[in-house]
Each structure stands twice: as C-alpha cells, then as structure tokens.
Design a protein around this ligand. Structure first.
Ligand code: ADP
Ligand code: ZN
Length: 742
C-alpha cells in the first residue's frame, strides 16, 4: 500500500489535498513541514498535515515533489493557532499558513532558505594606478563611484549605481583595493525620545503589576482587562510585566495598533530591552522581517512588539501577551484571512497557557462584557500618574455659536471658542492638536444652483476636494479628477462644503500667521520617514499646532500639548454601523487624552451638532462606565454584539441585476437553512450594503446573528458548498465577527 499525505496548499483554494508519499520521503514527514507539490499545471508550496485519506471516486493521485525542510518552519503552537483561525474565519488553511511565514520562507520559488542577510558596506583601502584598471572598466567605474562619494558606500547602492558593480567589488577585494564590512541590519523604526524607568510605580500600577506577576509565576491561562485612563501609565505596567516574564525564561508578545504612529512606545521597549526585542510591522524590508522572525524562532530573541500580524510571531515559551489599545479597529484584518488579532491573542494565550492583558482607556464592549461576566479579571488605573489632572473637556454646541467670518466664502471650520483657546495657548508658547477625521480640503463640492455634488464614477460617494494637488478624489477607490469649472449637470457654480484637514490647517495659518502649523494625515505623511520626522519635530517643540486625522489621536505622549480641539465629533457618529457611538466615544476620548500630559493641565474643546448624543455628552465627565452601561443596554435589547455573534455575507458583482439575484437566492437559501426561531439565530437582509456601489461593483449583504457562534457553523458550511456554483462575475465573502458594517 502506498502512503498518502494530507497537504494544505498555499493557494486560495479549499483543501486539504491528498498526495502520494514517494519512497524517498517515507518516514521523514512531520506535521507542519513545507513541501513542494504538483498543483494544476505547476507546483505549489504546501504544508504536510498528516497521513492522507484516499479520495472518493478513485482519482489518480500525484506524488509530493519535494520536502523543503526537516524541521518545520512554523512551530507547533503557531500551526495550531493558524488552524484555529482558518477554521473559525473560514479561510483556506494553506493560504493562511503561507501568510503566517515571513517572505523568503513563504515562496519556494526563491530557492533554498535564504540566510538572514546583513548590510554590506564597501570601503576603499587604496587607490591603484590608472594603468592597473585600464582593462577593467567595471572595476574602474566602481572605484570611481566610491571615491566620488567619500570612499565608502552600501553594496546595494553601488549595485544600483554602477552596472556590474557586484562582480567588480569581488575582484577589487581580491586585489586588495577595497574591503567589505558586514553588520547585522538594524530595524528602521525610529526611536522615541529615550525614556527613563520611573523609580516608583503608582499604587494602582503596583497593584496591577503584582497581579500579573502572580499569574506569570503560577503559569496557566489568565486573561486580564487593564482599564486605565489616558496617561495612567499602562505602558509601564506592560514593560514591567514583560521584564518579569523574560526574567523567568518565558517569551512575551506585545501587539499595538500601528507602529509608525507609536515610535515612542517602541522606543520605550527598545530603551528597556535593547536589541533583545524584535519589532514587527508592515514597513519592514523582507530581509529585516526574516531576520526578526528567525531570531524569535531560534529563541535568541524572546520579546516581540508588532502590529496585528505579529499575533502569529514564533515567540518561544510564550508566557505573556499584551494587546495595547485593544479596542482599536485596526486589529481586524479586512481581507483574505479576516481575523481579529485581539481575539486570536486570547486564543493563543489559552493554547499556550499564558497570561494575556488587553489594555485600553475605553475597552471594546466585547472585552468589557467579558470582564463583567468574570471571564477576564479587570485591573484599573483610575488616575493619571504624578497626580496630573485629567484634561478639562468642554463641548462647543455648533447650533449656538456664531461664526467669525474668514477671508473665504465658506463658513469657518473653527468656532470662536476654538479660535480664542488657540490664541491663548499659542500666546503662552504651548502646543495644540486639532483633530478632524477627514482628509482633503472639503468633504465635497456642491452646485449652488441644482444642489448636486460630483460623485465618484465607481462608488456611491461624493468626491472630496483636495488643494494639494488641486483635484477631486474618492476616498474609497482612489479615483482622481480635475475640479470642473462648472456643475457637470446644470452648469451652475460649484462651492466647497464640509471641512477637511487641509482647510483647518489653512484656517489656523490665516488666523495665526506666526504659528508654526503642520498637518498629519495620509496625504502629508506619505512615507514612514516623513511621518516620523513630523512627530519628532512636534515633540521637539519646532511646531506649535498639529492638525490631523486619527493619526494624531494615537498613543502620543507630547508633554507640551495643553489644548486639543475636536473639530467635529459628528463625522463618525451617524454612520450606519451599530458601533458608530462606541467608536466616536473611543476616538474622542483617545484624542482628548493627548492634552495635559506634562506639567501644565490640559484643555479639550469638542465641536458638535449633537451635544445630547450619549457618545458625545458623556465625554466631558470622562464617563466611560456610564457610556458603556447605556450602550450595553440597547445592544442587549436589540441583540447586537457582545450579546450576539455576527457573520456578514457580502455579495459583490459587476452586474447590478445579477448581483441582486444572487443575493436574493442566497437569502432564500440561508433562510431555509436556519435552525428554528427558538435558537435565536436570525437573518437580516439580503439588502443592498450601506455603500451599495464600490469600485464599480454592486454590493449586497446578508447579516447572520446568533446567540453563540457555533449555531452558525452548519448554516455556513452548507452555504459554502452552495457557493461553489456561483455565476462568474459575482463574488461572495464570508466575514466572521465583522469589524465595520459598510
Ligand atoms: P498610558 O499608556 O496609560 O496613556 P503612559 O504609559 O504613556 O500612559 O504614561 C504616561 C507618562 O507617565 C509617560 O511619560 C510615562 O513615562 C510616565 N510614567 C508612567 N509611570 C510612571 C510613574 N510610576 N512615575 C512617573 N511617571 C510615570
Ligand atoms: Zn470611488
């Protein structure tokens, strides 16, 4: 009898697939090993899962082509986590496994396993006579370039600048004229301001840390919610808990929403742990990523700080996982494997028998409810460190304030109270942050005569007006168009409406010509370097006012900031999403928390048209608990999460009629599959998605709600079998625990 192997293929196809084990591989296969297998007309990377079952129908099986390694690249615990994730989020296992590997291991086309590379610098040792190089033009050119740039250059740079430089360097080394220096690549993340280790913890920090140390000492799965107001010193608790885990020989993993926006946090881990921390983020070059990955895999590095994908990092002997700002929406991936990294962090901690800490000033209601039910232990940091007061927050009711006109024909974005407050702060030589969650100059341009806007040709939204470059842009699909002189439908005059960050920046500059103003959004911070540079200039006090999108709201710690203005609390409030209020409260609280972190107290002004909305009204009193109580009340009444589990089925297609027909058919099918009403499983829809057209595609959705996730499994299994016969132009995506409803 020939032996069979079950293999997950690293392609977006369901599996696993069965292959024959060739004689030379008998007895050598271990779970998780990477193999090459024939697939279609080519070959694909695969993962050996275990002995295979003969398929029904007696199809001819092909043999495994090659075994790529003796020791599996992915450790057992990561393999188990990916298996859980692929099953729970309904994604092909092979592709999920492949995505968990660093580049270089994920692509067998790159040949044998590359060694972690080092940076190579070429240094001139001596200058030969001109004659000596007459018949070696490439060597002459290489040496010429090196001498022109001061005698040394990176090999990579040389390779790009001089054709044939790599071979020439080899020859020049042999002839003794240059040398190549090697050094390990350092990650390119900018360091924050070096921060000292505080001598004393606050009482609340001390109590929280003692609990964490206790569970780290006893071992086992222990989930915690660390609920601490902004500036209460949560990071110091993470740092010391990580120290404790490492001192006991364990590994630690710290997940953060966005590394580029939190150089200070990374800097604090760096200054505390030096090179024994791996920093994992999307801006890494391939070989840096591989280097970090290998350091962790080998156990040489025991601590990783990274963004959501780092939940799959091969940290050894994992004892502690921290999820900072656990409520942040960026922990949910919205393509391919649609995982929620915070949730997977808890799963991983459970599998590993580790302590997991979910930290936030404004916990997600899912996490809060887990704490309320006693599943997570709650630790609180109720006050800021050093007796610093919480910022003083006031609402500015836009229905009541009258605008001071500006030079432009638009109503100003900043009301008189904001202008006054800015003037005071600037007069005292302090700094301000202005937050508005909309890029560009104006939300839209609208015709004065007919009232129509200029819509995107591919999405159901108005185009946003940008000043630099001056054009109209779609913030959903990226379409760009010149601003028409006149209304395309009636020829009337077009006027801009609704402020964006560019306009706020211009308004501040106009009112306060002496102020040094900068903007922080995706248009201004186009590269990681520019972003870091902007944040560093603001931190050094070289800028007075920072205007920006949610990029300014992240965990920044700028002691000079005494004023924060929320230009509009309303932008996200009215979105057709059951989390709209929660997100608004979180965002406004988080940005408010940037004020008054130094010696001077902070002040926050929040402009709004909806001062009575709960998510806005409770901000001034820092009343997260009251907000959460109220919010959980109606969520429970309407059976929204955390009182139910959701699965969104999104239907997208080129042809509106065909898409609608598929949506209706799926709806009927799901309705027939649902278990009885007594189970509490419900179907909402099919209905056009809140954004019914995106990138030229029609969009529909079905929403499944259930008291427990497991109740939806059989329905979705059957649905997926049905989906195998879908019309060509229609795509269906199943999103488990969706993050956004759009
Ligand atoms: P959070 O993450 O809760 O917003 P941080 O951890 O950033 O707060 O702490 C806010 C500031 O207080 C930081 O500058 C930090 O260095 C400082 N800090 C933290 N703990 C202490 C302490 N025990 N004593 C003095 N300063 C502290
Ligand atoms: Zn568009």
């Amino acid at each position: 009898m020939e032996q069979l192997a079950s293999v997950a293929v690293g392609r977006p196809v369901k599996g696993p697939f069965t292959y024959v084990v060739p004689p030379e591989l008998e007895g050598r296969l271990r779970r998780g090993q990477r193999v090459l297998v024939p697939f279609g007309r080519g070959r694909a990377l695969g993962f050996y899962l275990g002995p295979g079952q003969p398929p029904d129908g007696g199809a001819v099986l092909r043999p495994v082509s090659a075994l790529l390694e003796d020791t599996p690249a992915l450790p057992d615990d990561v393999l188990a986590l990916v298996e859980f994730a692929a099953a729970y989020y309904r994604h092909p296992l092979g592709e999920a496994l492949r995505a968990a590997l660093p580049p270089g291991l994920a692509d067998p086309a790159e040949g044998p396993e590359p060694s972690p590379e080092v940076a190579r610098t070429v240094v001139v040792l001596g200058a030969p006579s001109v004659d000596a190089l007459r018949r070696a033009p490439a060597q002459a050119a290489t040496l010429g370039y090196l001498l022109a740039v001061g005698g040394r250059a990176e090999l990579d740079e040389l390779g790009r600048a001089v054709p044939g430089a790599r071979a020439a360097v080899q020859r020049l080394v042999e002839r003794g004229w240059v040398a190549v220096e090697e050094r390990a690549i350092e990650p390119t993340v900018a360091e924050g301001l070096g921060q000292v280790r505080p001598d004393r913890l606050t009482d609340a920090q001390g109590a929280a840390l003692a609990e964490l140390q206790g569970t780290l000492d006893t071992g086992g799965f222990h989930p915690f919610l660390l609920q601490g107001v902004t500036g209460s010193g949560k990071t110091e608790v993470y740092l010391r808990a990580a120290e404790h885990a490492l001192s006991r020989g364990g590994g630690a993993l710290v997940l953060v929403p966005e590394i580029a926006l939190t150089p200070q946090l990374v800097g604090r881990f760096r200054s505390r742990f030096g090179s024994s921390v791996a920093v994992l983020h999307s801006g890494l070059r391939d070989r840096e990523r591989l280097l970090h990955w290998k350091g962790l895999r080998s156990g040489a590095v025991r601590l990783a700080v990274g963004v959501r994908s780092a939940v799959f990092a091969p940290v050894r002997d994992l004892a502690l996982i921290v999820v900072d700002e656990e409520h942040d929406p960026s922990f949910k991936q919205d393509e391919k494997l649609r995982y929620q990294a915070r949730d997977l962090a808890v799963v991983r901690a459970k599998q590993a028998g580790a302590t997991v800490v979910l930290g936030s000033a404004t916990p997600s209601l899912e996490t809060l409810e887990n704490a309320r039910r006693g599943r997570y232990r709650r630790l609180r940091l109720p006050a800021r460190v050093d007796d610093r007061p919480m910022p003083h927050i006031e609402l500015v009711d836009l229905r009541r304030v009258r605008a001071i006109p500006t030079g432009s024909d638009q109503p100003p974005a900043l009301s008189p109270p904001l202008v006054d407050a800015l003037g005071e702060v600037l007069g005292r030589g302090q700094q301000a942050i202005l937050f508005l969650n909309r890029r560009g100059h104006s939300a839209a341009v609208v015709c004065e005569a007919c009232g129509q806007g200029v819509p995107c040709s591919r999405c159901d939204v108005s185009l946003t007006f940008h000043l630099r470059p001056r054009n109209l842009q779609c913030h959903y699909c990226g379409e760009r168009r010149p601003l028409p002189d006149r209304c395309p439908s009636c020829g009337g005059q077009l006027v801009p409406v609704g402020a964006g960050t560019e306009r706020v920046e211009a308004e501040v500059a106009e009112r306060f010509p002496m102020a040094r103003v900068a903007r922080l959004d995706r248009d201004a911070a186009t590269t990681a370097e520019r972003l870091t540079d902007l944040l560093a200039r603001f931190a050094r006090g070289e800028l007075d006012v920072l205007v920006g999108t949610q990029m300014v709201a992240k965990g920044h710690d700028f002691p000079g900031v005494t004023l924060v203005c929320v230009v509009s609390a309303d932008t996200g409030l009215l979105l057709p999403d059951f989390r709209a209020a929660e997100r608004t409260f979180q965002l406004v609280t988080q940005v408010s928390g940037r004020a008054g972190r130094g010696r001077e107290p902070g002040r926050v002004l929040v402009q709004t048209w909806n001062p009575e909305a709960d998510a806005v009204a409770r901000v001034p009193a820092h009343d997260y608990d009251g907000f959460a109580e109220h919010e959980l009340g109606w969520r429970e009444a309407l059976a929204w999460p955390p009182f139910s589990r959701l699965v969104a089925v999104r239907i997208e297609g080129e042809d509106p009629r065909e898409t609608a027909a598929v949506a209706r058919k799926l709806g009927d099918r799901v309705a027939a599959l649902l278990p009885g009403p007594a189970t509490g499983v419900r179907l909402l829809g099919p209905a056009p998605a809140p954004m019914p057209r995106l990138r030229g595609k029609s969009r529909w959705q079905l929403l499944l709600k259930a008291p427990r996730h497991a109740l939806l499994g059989p329905v979705l299994d059957q649905l997926e079998r049905d989906l195998e016969v879908l019309p060509g132009g229609v795509r269906v995506v199943v999103d488990v625990d969706p993050g956004a409803m759009l």
